[in-house]
Design a protein. Structure first.
Length: 301
């Protein structure tokens, strides 16, 4: 039976090969940086793939203006530490129209401030390939993705138009108007990601570690009140609770989980026991009328 270290080495080798193929095959690639654990591993792999040269493409963060404050602080610290070319894009039309998690439905907020914003940024900079941290184990529509996933004009995803990838052979060719989304972590699991972070001392956001934080309950979900923009209900007050986050996003629609895990090993032990998907804490995924597959067809990553 192969050890976890041997499995991680195979996954690392595959991801590094994908990064190098991307740099060689595309005119202007970009690495999407969501500031989460998968992005942390992606960045570590990109730096390793091209060391001692710098990462040969910029990082792009789509900022909805509703990210956790600790995410933005961590983003800027990492960019400065490694001398990265960080691009930040916000859909200013959405800001002007006062699109927030509270003024529209979650699906419309995601469409305007994430999907449309991403399309704007890719078009504005003329990127022909975008590298992201999606994994096939996250969600059913993610499992349909190829590692090199073609997007039709307008960044539209058509699962029926994806190309076969046999024996790790990738087809990077693009027709007019097409772009490519690339997923070097496709074959990784959440457990693989955390094991790799532990074994390679990859820096991750402190929100992943358990801490007393102010929360309110929305149904069974615990939402951290990260600033005074969060709209409390009449008579409602935030209560302190020991929580951490399994996934990071916009704070009003990303729930925490009860946890006492304050170290990487404790997080790893916790994930080994849990059966619930990490995306179960994303309120956006709970809207049945607007599935992840529909979002992806419209250009969501």
């Amino acid at each position: 039976m192969r050890s976890s270290t041997a499995i991680l080495k195979e996954l690392e080798d595959e991801s590094i090969e994908i990064f190098r193929e991307t740099a060689a095959a595309f005119r202007k690639p970009v690495l999407l940086y969501s500031i989460g654990k998968d992005s942390a591993v992606l960045l570590h792999l990109a730096r390793k793939a091209f060391y001692p040269a710098p990462v040969p493409f910029p990082l792009l963060h789509v900022d909805t203006t509703w990210k956790f404050k600790e995410m933005l602080t961590f983003r800027d610290e990492i960019a400065q530490r490694y001398g990265l070319n960080l691009l930040v894009h916000t859909n200013q039309e959405g800001v002007r129209d006062k699109i927030t998690p509270f003024t529209t439905g979650i699906s419309e907020y995601i469409r305007v401030m994430k999907t449309v914003a991403l399309r704007q940024a890719l078009d504005q900079h003329g990127f022909d390939a975008a590298i992201g941290g999606s994994r096939r184990d996250e969600e059913r529509s993610r499992a349909k993705e190829r590692i090199f996933s073609v997007r039709e004009p307008g960044h539209r995803w058509d699962p029926r138009q994806q190309r076969p990838e046999l024996w790790r052979t990738y087809n990077p060719k693009l027709s007019d108007g097409q772009t490519m989304r690339i997923f070097p972590l496709s074959d990784w699991t959440e457990l693989d990601v955390w094991q790799y972070i532990l074994e390679n001392d990859v820096p991750v956001n402190p929100l992943y570690f358990a801490k007393e934080r102010p929360v309110v309950y929305r149904g069974d979900q615990m939402i951290m009140v990260d600033d005074d923009r969060y709209q409390l209900r009449d008579g409602e007050e935030a209560v302190m609770r020991m929580i951490r986050f399994r996934t990071l996003g916009c704070y009003p629609i990303t729930a925490g989980v009860d946890s006492t895990a304050t170290t990487l090993q404790e997080i790893l032990d916790e994930i080994t026991e849990v059966k619930l998907s990490e995306r179960a804490t994303r309120l956006m995924d709970g809207e049945k009328e607007d599935s992840m597959e529909k979002k992806k067809v419209e250009g969501y990553f």
